[in-house]
Design a protein around this ligand. Structure first.
Ligand code: GUN
Length: 295
C-alpha cells in the first residue's frame, strides 16, 4: 500500500485564496489594511528565508508587512523599546519576533512584551492560557496548520488515538491541547481525540507510536519515525524541518513510512506552507479585532 499524500502546498494555496477574498472584503468595507511587523535579529540564513516567505505571503493576499532587521549585537533594551513602539503603533496589527534569537537575549521576556492582541504567533502566556481553556483568541500557527491539512485531507480525529511526538511550546504542547478539547476551532470532528504526548524520555517509543491512528512528528530529529513505528493505515503528519547534508528532511522517513501509512505529509510541501498561511489568518483577525477594541 502507498499512502495518500496530504498536499500542504496545495491546501495552503486554497486557504490563501480564501484569505485574499476575505482581506479584499474587509478593505472594501473600510477596514485598515492588515499589517504584520516582523522583527529579525541577526543573520541566521534559515530565519531570513522564513521571514522573507512570511512577508511575501502577506503581500500576495493583500496585506502589508514591515521588516525590522536588527544586528546580532542588539541589546535586550533596544528590542524591548522596538516592541513597545510596535505595540503602540496603530497601523501595526500583528507582531512577530522570529525565533531563534541570539543566545545573549532573553527570549521569553521579549515574547512576553508583545501586546497579547498583536501576538499573532499565540506565544504570549495570556493567549496560551486562553487556548488551554478552550477559548482561543489566536490559534498557534503550526498546530492550526496541522489541523487544516488533516481536515482538508479528509482525516478526522474525534474519538481516535492521536500520538504527538514532541512537547515543544510552539507545536507539541498546544497541538495536543487543541486535539483533546471538546470544541475544536474546526468543529467537533477535529477535536475530541484521545491524545498521547511522547518525548525523548518516553519508554519504548515505538510501542506508543504504533498505537496511533493519527501520528504527528514534531520532535526535530531527522527521519526518527521509521516504518516499524507506524500502524498500517495511520495518518502521519511530519512537522519536522531539518537541514542535513542530504538537504531538507522531516522527522519521518518518508520513503519507508509511505509504504505503511494511509496518509502522509511530505517535507517540504507539507505543514510548512500552512504555518505561514495560518499566520496570515491571525494577522487578518488582529486587524479586525483592532477596530472592535477601538470601539
Ligand atoms: N521560528 C520557528 N518557528 C517559528 C514560529 O512559528 N514563529 C516564530 N516567531 N519564529 C519561529
Amino acid at each position: 500500500m502507498t499512502a495518500t499524500i496530504l498536499d500542504g502546498k496545495a491546501t495552503a494555496e486554497t486557504i490563501r485564496q480564501e484569505l485574499a477574498v476575505e482581506v479584499a472584503r474587509w478593505r472594501d468595507a473600510g477596514g485598515a489594511i492588515p499589517c504584520l511587523a516582523a522583527v529579525l535579529v541577526g543573520d541566521d540564513p534559515a530565519s531570513q528565508v522564513y521571514v522573507r516567505n512570511k512577508q511575501r505571503a502577506c503581500e500576495r493576499v493583500g496585506m502589508v508587512s514591515q521588516l525590522h532587521r536588527m544586528a546580532t549585537d542588539t541589546t535586550q533594551q533596544e528590542l524591548l523599546e522596538l516592541i513597545d513602539r510596535l505595540n503602540r503603533d496603530r497601523d501595526v496589527h500583528g507582531i512577530l519576533v522570529q525565533l531563534p534569537l541570539p543566545r545573549s537575549l532573553d527570549e521569553q521576556q521579549l515574547l512576553d512584551a508583545i501586546h497579547p492582541l498583536k501576538d499573532v504567533d499565540a506565544f504570549h502566556p495570556e493567549n496560551v492560557g486562553l487556548i488551554s481553556q478552550g477559548r482561543p483568541r489566536y490559534l498557534p500557527c503550526t498546530p492550526h496548520g496541522v489541523l487544516q491539512v488533516l481536515h482538508r485531507g479528509g482525516v478526522t480525529v474525534a474519538g481516535r488515538e492521536v500520538v504527538v511526538v514532541g512537547r515543544s511550546e510552539i507545536v507539541g504542547k498546544p497541538l495536543a491541547m487543541l486535539l483533546a478539547q471538546k470544541n475544536g476551532p474546526l468543529g467537533p470532528e477535529m477535536a475530541n481525540a484521545t491524545v498521547t504526548i511522547c518525548h525523548s524520555r518516553t519508554k519504548d517509543l515505538a510501542a506508543v507510536t504504533r498505537r496511533a491512528e493519527v501520528l504527528i512528528a514534531a520532535v526535530g530529529v531527522p527521519q526518527m519515525i521509521q516504518a516499524d513505528m507506524v500502524a498500517p493505515g495511520a495518518a502521519v503528519v511530519d512537522v519536522g524541518i531539518n537541514r542535513t547534508d542530504q538537504g531538507l528532511v522531516g522527522d519521518v522517513d518518508f520513503d519507508a513510512v509511505k509504504e505503511v501509512a494511509g496518509h502522509i505529509t511530505p517535507v517540504p510541501g507539507g505543514v510548512g506552507p500552512l504555518t505561514v498561511t495560518m499566520l496570515l489568518h491571525n494577522t487578518l483577525t488582529a486587524a479586525k479585532r483592532t477596530r472592535e477594541t477601538a470601539g
